[in-house]
Design a binder for this molecule. Sequence first.
Ligand code: MN
Length: 321
Amino acid sequence: MSNLDRAPVPSVCGGRGFVVAEPVRELLSPRHVKLGESTEVRRLLPNLGRRMIGAWAFVDHYGPDDIADEPGMQVPPHPHIGLQTVSWLHEGEVLHRDSTGSRQTIGPRQLGLMTSGRAISHSEESPRPHARHLHGAQLWVALPDEHRHTDPKFEYHPDLPTVTATGLTATVLLGSLDGSVSPGTTYTPIVGADLALRRGTEARLPLEPDFEYGVLAMSGEVHVDGVPVLPGSMLYLGCGRSELPLRAESDAGFMLLGGEPFAEELIMWWNFVGRTQAEIEQAREDWMKGSRFGEVKGYDGLPLPAPELSTVPLKPRGWVR
Ligand code: MN
């Protein structure tokens, strides 16, 4: 998905100054953002008090929406630099097309992983016909400096490894959990796992003490380290944990996101992750004049124009808590 915000505010992220070194329980409220006509998403990252969790730099949760009589998701071709996008569904499907020639329908608990590298463009839409309900998350992973100019590519992994225990199924979408390793390409030490817990289940998830973590609740009611986390909100957990106590008050679905704290400072604006304002301006200009980002074939509609970019220089201080 794209950041369709027509007046995006630049956001300065990363750097170890933002990271909480010890375990914390910090509840993040979503910001409600309208995407086009019919879709509203809950944005958890970047958040007023928290920019990143490891290399995870952007988290939107959407649905469950009844789209039986709606077009559903309709995100026209738009560009990305400096990141990976993760499409993750609990219900419904999304048809992905990109400038490397990919055309792939992604279903529930299948991984659509797009590495933009230096430049890519893509579209995302609900196929026709489509399932009645659409429920998922759109996530971005920032690429480290040494890999951010890599070639663009798209990976589709329909069969991901799972970790199971009584009442618990964890699907590993990125990195590893309890010895199970995702086939998705990663560029920093990171983990992304989807968890389904049956009502009444108590579990302890093994964690890496050097990682920082957060939990995004998607359905049901889960208590994370004793804190109830309701769908559409996120609990930031800090670093320094070797396990995470979970309890499901009802059948619950949620995501565990974590990683080694992202040491580089970066600038996010619209669909771009860069290091300098000049780089962001150049990417915007290249997109608007139709160069560098290739072409998305087959999407029924015009590409998305970039919003205006303020010429006021970005000031990192003041954006951080
Ligand atoms: Mn996108």
